[in-house]
Design a protein around this ligand. Structure first.
Ligand SMILES: [Zn+2]
Length: 78
């Protein structure tokens, strides 16, 4: 997928969290090692975060390393 901001190629992967540990983004085909977890590789930090509280989830997303943007599919119930 192309980044709508810079038109660069985005990393396709999985965004996941379980409500206890921090939220991670892992590029498709890659795996985080223990050393990665310790050093914060793959950890997602909201730029203007205000105490996010996530429950367990895992969904497909695309990440642009240059723009620091993650794009994901979402639907808001109404
Ligand atoms: Zn971009």
């Amino acid at each position: 997928m192309k980044c709508p901001y810079c038109e660069g190629e985005m990393q396709h992967g999985k965004l996941s969290g379980d409500g206890r540990s921090r939220v991670h983004f892992v590029q498709e085909g890659k795996k985080l090692s223990w050393a990665d977890h310790l050093t914060g590789v793959g950890t997602v930090t909201a730029k203007n975060g205000s105490g996010m509280n996530f429950w367990k989830f895992e969904l497909e997303a695309d990440y642009c390393e240059k723009c620091k943007k993650i794009i994901l599919d979402a639907e808001v119930g109404k």
